[in-house]
Design a protein around this ligand. Structure first.
Ligand code: PEP
Length: 257
């Protein structure tokens, strides 16, 4: 059984006092149910890099995983403004979001760069959450599948069969991110099935069954149940609704079937 992952992406929001207050409120909501929740799901939050040390402290003793929103692929060097995998690891970061649509479209990250980051994450035993998703224009032009499959193929270049089960994919249609427009559970399920099909083709059935595929794009407490109860939707990557403890806690406790 694949455990669902409910992951919060805080993007460029919150200062340390707000981040600590959010973690405290979230823990009050979910720590008491953690034994039950742990049976079939995992929870992760990804704060901005500068908040990672204080969020790591606030999460001490919690089962909530700590994620990063991005990283460089090199271990160290002359890369002003960047953060390396060993730096993240040293604060207990376990997951890293890579190829988020804002990284692709606002910061012009290419599939080739994202692939280097995926390989670096795996080398450092960080779980890469590889995001793929089509823009509104690509969606309207009927090219959603072609775009996401290409992003997946290129993002996984050079990933061995031993490593692939440790990769998490996230289908995040760009037109659904931060817009309040969610893909229908059926639309998302169909893309997820196709993504899993690529893993099956490139690797094998066992690996295709293991890889988790999250949906992201305007997930809220109100729509999460119908999305994550689909068989190929293994959780959610949540932006806006992860910034409030009550809404994210409700998402974490979503009905999964
Ligand atoms: C995201 O940032 O990955 C995201 C899906 O944002 P939102 O939930 O706000 O649409």
């Amino acid at each position: 059984m694949r455990k669902k992952l409910l992951a919060g992406n805080w993007k460029m929001n919150l200062v340390p006092t707000e981040a600590r207050a959010l973690i405290a409120a979230l823990r009050a909501e979910i720590d008491r149910d953690s034994a039950t929740l742990a049976k079939d799901r995992e929870v992760m939050v990804a704060p901005p890099a500068i908040l990672i040390p204080s969020v790591a402290q606030a999460l001490a003793g919690s089962s909530i995983f700590l994620g990063a929103q991005n990283m460089h692929f090199e271990d160290k060097g002359a890369f002003t403004g960047e953060v390396s995998p060993p730096m993240l690891k040293s604060y207990g970061v376990t997951h890293v979001i890579l190829g988020h649509s804002e990284r692709r479209h606002v910061f012009n990250e290419s599939d080739e760069l994202i692939n280097k980051k995926v390989l670096a994450a795996l080398k450092h035993r960080l779980v890469p959450i590889l995001c793929v998703g089509e823009t509104q224009e690509e969606h309207d032009g009927g090219r959603a599948l072609e775009v996401v499959l290409r992003q997946l193929e290129r993002g996984l270049e050079g990933v061995s069969s031993e490593a692939v089960a440790g990769v998490i994919l996230a289908y995040e249609p760009v037109w659904a991110i931060g817009t309040g427009r969610t893909a229908t559970p059926e639309q998302a399920e169909s893309i997820h099935g196709a993504l899993r099909g690529v893993i099956l083709e490139r690797y094998d059935r066992a690996h295709a069954d293991q890889v988790r595929i999250l949906y992201g794009g305007s997930v809220t407490a109100d729509n999460v149940d119908s999305l994550i109860s689909k068989p190929d939707i293994d959780g959610a990557l949540v932006g806006g609704a992860s910034l409030k403890a009550d809404s994210f806690a409700r998402i974490v406790k979503a009905r999964t079937h």
